[in-house]
Design a protein. Structure first.
Length: 179
């Protein structure tokens, strides 16, 4: 026997059959499909959690800003009795974002094609007019897509209501620090 004949006759290795290969590929496809769906689900969950965290953090910052403005105010008055108010009369506060001593602050809802935005104006002058470009004041966008805005004052308490699309409603009542 020659070496080549010996090799073919001694070799007893079996190769995979076509059915075994197809079954293996099918199992791998099922495993990868399951892993992809789990990865996709985790990605969606992370995105949703990030959005919730973003709005919760933003909401907490808005509440803190408003509380600091209103709690130290002395001359704030209630908004009108309507369901939706566009502005609060300027009031003095000890809370300044721009290092102004006892600034005047005014909250205004500006209606535009982009939606209703709650803006905070801060100035040294009580006469803040949004339509007057010459006025010297600082303006900050507090909240977008406002659908409801109201401030009620009582002798000892202040209540603040804000509703906006895509965010949990903001309502709080707190005791005035100054009367």
């Amino acid at each position: 026997m020659t070496l080549i004949q010996n090799h073919f006759s001694v070799s007893s290795k079996k190769a995979f059959t076509l059915i075994e290969v197809l079954i293996s590929v099918t199992i791998l496809v099922l495993i990868f499909t399951f892993l992809y769906s789990q990865f996709n689900l985790a990605q969606k969950s992370t995105k949703k959690t990030t959005i919730i965290e973003k709005y919760s953090t933003k909401r907490a910052k808005i509440i803190e800003l408003i509380y600091n403005d209103f709690a130290t105010s002395r001359d704030i008055v209630s908004t009108s009795g309507k369901n939706y108010d566009k502005f609060i009369n300027p009031f003095t506060t000890q809370n300044s974002l721009y290092e102004i001593v006892n600034p005047f602050v005014k909250y205004v809802v500006i209606v535009s094609s982009e939606g209703n935005n709650l803006m905070r104006l801060e100035s040294t002058d009580k006469n803040m007019d949004v339509s007057n470009a010459i006025s010297e004041y600082y303006i900050d966008k507090v909240l977008e897509n406002v659908t409801y805005f109201k401030v009620l004052t009582q002798r000892d308490y202040i209540e603040f209501f804000v509703k906006a699309d895509g965010m949990k409603d903001i309502y709080f009542k707190f005791k005035r620090l100054y009367k």
